[in-house]
Design a protein around this ligand. Structure first.
Ligand SMILES: Nc1nc2c(c(=O)[nH]1)N[C@H]1C(S)=C(S)[C@@H](COP(=O)(O)O)O[C@H]1N2
Ligand SMILES: [Mo]
Length: 222
C-alpha cells in the first residue's frame, strides 16, 4: 500500500503542485487518495488534510452561500461578502485531532455562530444545530447551548489567512473547545433542530460531545 502511494505521489509531484508548495500538494494528493494514507506523509504545518469524499467543489465569493434555517423565525442565506462584513471574533486555541496530532495556538477568525443564531431568531422548540457541507457528505452537530459559546465560530480565516480550500474554505466551522472533527469544513448549511442529530463520524462511533480534556464544559452542571 505504501509503495503504491509512493508511486502515486511521485506521479503527482510531477504536476505543478510542487510550485504551489507541499501543503497544497498534500491536499491534492489526499483528494485522490481513497486509502487515507496521505495522512501519514509528513507535513511541516502540523495539519493533516481530511475529507470523507474524493473531491470537493471549489467555492468563492461568486458562488458561496450559507443557509440558516430550521426552527428559526427568519431563515437566512449569507453570501461570503455578507459574512465578511459582520462583526468578527478571533479565537486562539490548540487544534487537536483524535488521530493524535495537535497544532498549538492556532488563530481562527470569523463570525460568532451565536450572532447568526440571534440574527435568525431561534424558536423556543430549537435545542440543537445540524451542520451540513458542500462536499455533499459530512455533517456535524452541537447542542444549542454549545453553539452559543463565544469560542464557536463560523470561521473565515485560519492562521490569519483566508481559509484555503484544503482546510475547508471559504467557510468552515471552528469549535475551539472540542476535537477538530466537530469543526465541519466547507460549511454550507446550519439548521436548528429540536434534538441533536448525530453527525458523520458520530454515526460511526465518535462521541457526540467532542470536548477536549480540560475544556470548559460550562453548562454541563446546570
Ligand atoms: N467536511 C468535512 N469536515 C471535516 C472533516 C471531513 O472529512 N469533511 N474531517 C474532520 C476532521 S476528523 C478533522 S481532524 C478536521 C481536519 O481539518 P483539516 O483538514 O483542515 O486539517 O476537519 C474535520 N471536518
Ligand atoms: Mo480528526
Amino acid at each position: 500500500m505504501l509503495g503504491m502511494l509512493g508511486a502515486g505521489a511521485a506521479g503527482l509531484a510531477a504536476a505543478p503542485y510542487l510550485q504551489k508548495g507541499w501543503e497544497n500538494f498534500l491536499a491534492a494528493a489526499s483528494e485522490v487518495d481513497a486509502t487515507g494514507l496521505t495522512g501519514l506523509l509528513p507535513n511541516p504545518g502540523g495539519f493533516r488534510y481530511y475529507s470523507v469524499v474524493g473531491s470537493v467543489p471549489h467555492k468563492d465569493e461568486t458562488n458561496y452561500a450559507l443557509t440558516l434555517g430550521g426552527l428559526v423565525d427568519r431563515p437566512r442565506t449569507y453570501t461570503l461578502d455578507q459574512l465578511r462584513a459582520m462583526p468578527r471574533t478571533r479565537v486562539v486555541h490548540d487544534v487537536v485531532c483524535t488521530d493524535g496530532w495537535r497544532v498549538e495556538k492556532t488563530p481562527f477568525d470569523g463570525v460568532r455562530l451565536a450572532d447568526l443564531l440571534d440574527d435568525a431568531g431561534v424558536r423556543s422548540k430549537g435545542a440543537a444545530i445540524r451542520f451540513t457541507c458542500f462536499d455533499g457528505a459530512y455533517s456535524e452537530s452541537l447542542t444549542l447551548e454549545q453553539a452559543r459559546r463565544s469560542d464557536v465560530l463560523v470561521a473565515l480565516t485560519m492562521q490569519d489567512k483566508p481559509i484555503t480550500h484544503a482546510h475547508g474554505g471559504p467557510v468552515r466551522l471552528y469549535v475551539a473547545p472540542m476535537y477538530f472533527y466537530k469543526s465541519a469544513k466547507w460549511l454550507s448549511g446550519i439548521s436548528v433542530t429540536d434534538k441533536v442529530v448525530p453527525g458523520y463520524w458520530e454515526e460511526r462511533g465518535y462521541a457526540v460531545d467532542g470536548w477536549l480534556d480540560g475544556a470548559d464544559r460550562q453548562g454541563d452542571a446546570a
